[in-house]
Design a protein around this ligand. Structure first.
Ligand SMILES: Nc1ncnc2c1ncn2[C@@H]1O[C@H](COP(=O)(O)OP(=O)(O)OP(=O)(O)O)[C@@H](O)[C@H]1O
Ligand SMILES: [Mg+2]
Length: 254
């Protein structure tokens, strides 16, 4: 299954991607976490230090040119060796493996090869899902502009994250509209940091599948000393959420 995680800035996309990836790996799944945001924070949220992050795909011009070509873009590039070549293993408790791939910032692509890099990423993600039956979780850049790029091609579902705010929900509704236009059937919304006892707000244009997640004191404390969002005291609440989320996705597919 390939999921992309989208939403307004700062609402918890990266944290939720890291939690889902970690939970799935503990359930025995092979998981590829893809950082498609320019801020490159997913690796650190998963416990890597800055120096351990993989080289972003977009900076591997040699590779992009070799596989995609520089004039006519190859639609069927060879990618089966690339996941291993480009990824870094993420620390975790297994039994499934967690690996990180980093897309990188389009502005750092030399000679405007961003669309070729996107084409290569698209082929790579498809290969992971189709040929290897892995889970792929793509942490997208904030906002809606990037949705038309290759990173969301062939996703099975779009997970929208919002804080309990009008603007966050407005962005989620806009993302959903685009998702429907792109033919993405399965969409779910997570309202993050909803205060206890508060009803999830009703906002027109949101998906039927809405889950909520509380604010975590342990995470607020952790963020003072580390960027990692894993191994928090609230592990049971996080695991419960991940399990409910995957069940919700599966019921949406039936
Ligand atoms: N449920 C939560 N409880 C407490 N803190 C949280 C929660 N969810 C996210 N945060 C904190 O909010 C901040 C933003 O979270 P995160 O980086 O996951 O958001 P994002 O949507 O990926 O942001 P960006 O748009 O910058 O990529 C982080 O400091 C994170 O630790
Ligand atoms: Mg983020």
């Amino acid at each position: 299954m390939k999921l992309a995680v989208a939403g307004k800035g700062g609402v918890g996309k990266t944290s939720i991607t890291a939690w889902l990836g970690d939970w799935l790996a503990r359930q025995g799944q092979d998981v590829w976490l893809v950082d498609a945001d320019t801020a490159l924070s997913l690796g650190q949220a998963c416990g890597l230090s800055r120096t351990e992050l993989p080289i972003p795909l977009i900076e591997r011009e040699d590779l992009v040119r070799e596989r995609i070509g520089s004039g006519m873009i190859s639609l069927n590039p060879q990618v089966d060796d690339l996941p291993e070549a480009l990824s870094v293993e993420l620390p975790g408790q297994g039994p499934g493996r967690k690996r990180l791939l980093v897309m990188g910032s389009v502005s750092r692509a030399g000679g405007g090869c961003a669309c070729a890099a996107n084409a290569l990423l698209k082929a790579l993600l498809l290969h992971l899902v189709v040929e290897r039956g892995a889970w792929v979780l793509v942490d997208l850049e904030a906002g809606v502009e990037h949705l038309g790029r290759g990173t969301v091609a062939h996703v099975d579902g779009l997970l929208m994250v919002s804080d309990p705010s009008w603007r966050g929900l407005e962005t989620a509704a806009e993302i959903r509209r685009m998702a429907v236009m792109l033919g993405l059937a399965t969409t779910a919304l997570v309202i993050n940091r909803l205060p206890a006892g508060t009803e999830p707000p009703k906002f027109p244009g949101l998906p039927e599948q809405v889950l909520t997640f509380p604010s975590l004191e342990g995470l607020s404390q952790r963020q003072l000393s580390s960027p990692s969002v894993l191994g928090l005291p609230e592990q049971a609440a996080i695991d419960g959420f991940c399990s409910r989320f995957v069940e919700t996705l599966r019921s949406g597919e039936r």
